[in-house]
Design a protein around this ligand. Structure first.
Ligand code: NAP
Length: 313
């Protein structure tokens, strides 16, 4: 595992990757790193303005980069459907990097479908996108779905019978941690189903550790953050890293031939920063019953189910 160099990636000519949320943050750096391999990179993002700044920045860094844009709002089932149709029109999809995610919000908002916005975007939106794009991914042998997890799962309380935390005053953080945990359990459940169906597509989890905009290199106009000066950045780097390094586990999960389905990749040092490595799965992530319950809940909320090749509808 030590031979992987995140700053000298293997060439990926003629391969295509779709990166959700690639217009900002970690997603921008995933797109940048994948584009540096010669692969075609499609940014699927909600904000067209931010995505076009990202594309401008990527093109300025490499005028030969093969880039594209698909509009995707994970809080809107109609947008997911049309984004999936655009993804289906691509000749091949070697990897779908499910990076886009909504952080905890200050207000109690809902998705277009009426679900709490953070859970509705992160779990239900991504679930619907997986359901709508899985047949497309399975067309490309060896394709990968990379789900962006979070250490926040360790704090999550996830009750499939009460994902709305009924009767409690609204706080967004529990919805965020539950949504990331649900995404991770879904990714494992998906991989089990892919393996059972004999599919060559795999589902893998990556997480960025603790990744901050202000510790990342300057990428204007895409990322208008002023990097922290050394007296602030050096102590912050003890337990966190820039979003450029936060992208490394997802990029390795997408590219390294040694990655297998059902694995989790994250930063080496305290799972918070450093080189991307395969991580041990704690019991909380190995719970199959809860994963199936979250899967069933997501099917009933979205009206969609990811069906593997050979499954009948
Ligand atoms: N940073 C960390 O330390 C950390 C730790 C653990 C996990 N993560 C996970 O890593 C991922 C990226 O985090 P980040 O720190 O880079 O966050 P960020 O800077 O807030 O970027 C989030 C991205 O998600 C997109 N997004 C949000 N809502 C969306 C929606 N409804 N439809 C489509 N795209 C949407 C945003 O798109 P727009 O630009 O269009 O709004 C943006 O590109 C997230 O899944 C997050 O949960 C991050």
């Amino acid at each position: 595992m030590s031979t992987w160099n995140p700053t000298n990636l293997p060439r990926q000519n003629a391969r295509t990757f779709v990166v959700t949320g690639g217009g900002a943050g970690i997603g921008y750096f995933i797109a940048e790193q994948l584009a540096s391999t010669g692969a075609e990179v499609i940014i699927a993002a909600r904000s067209e303005e931010r995505a076009s700044r990202a594309l401008e920045t990527l093109s300025a860094r490499d005028p030969h980069a093969k880039l594209g844009f698909i509009r995707l709002d994970l809080a809107d089932p109609g947008s997911i459907e049309s984004a999936a149709a655009e993804i289906a029109a691509l000749t091949r999809v070697d990897g779908l990097i499910l990076n886009a995610g909504l952080k905890p919000q200050t207000e109690h908002l809902t998705s277009v479908a009426g679900d709490e916005l953070v859970f509705g975007t992160n779990q239900l939106g991504n679930f619907a996108l997986i359901a709508r794009t899985l047949p497309v991914l399975e067309r490309t042998p060896g394709s990968r779905l990379v789900t962006m997890g979070s250490l926040g799962y360790t704090l999550a309380k996830l009750d499939p019978a009460d994902v709305g935390h009924a009767g409690q005053p609204y706080r967004s953080l529990p919805f965020y941690t539950a949504s990331k945990y649900a995404q991770m359990l879904t990714a494992f459940e998906l991989d089990r189903r892919l393996r059972a169906a004999g599919s060559s597509t795999v589902s893998v989890i990556a997480h960025p550790g603790v990744a901050m905009d202000q510790l990342a290199p300057d990428r204007r106009p895409a990322l208008p953050y002023v990097p922290w000066p050394a007296p602030r950045a050096i102590p912050a780097r003890l337990f966190s890293q820039g979003k450029d390094a936060g992208a490394w586990p997802a990029v390795r999960a997408a590219l390294d031939p040694r990655v297998n389905g059902g694995e989790m990749w994250g930063p080496r040092f305290l799972s918070s920063r450093g080189a991307p490595v395969r991580e041990r799965l704690p019991r909380k992530l190995r719970t199959r019953d809860l994963a199936r319950e979250i899967w069933d809940l997501s099917v009933s909320r979205t009206g969609l189910e990811p069906l593997t090749h050979g499954s009948s509808r």
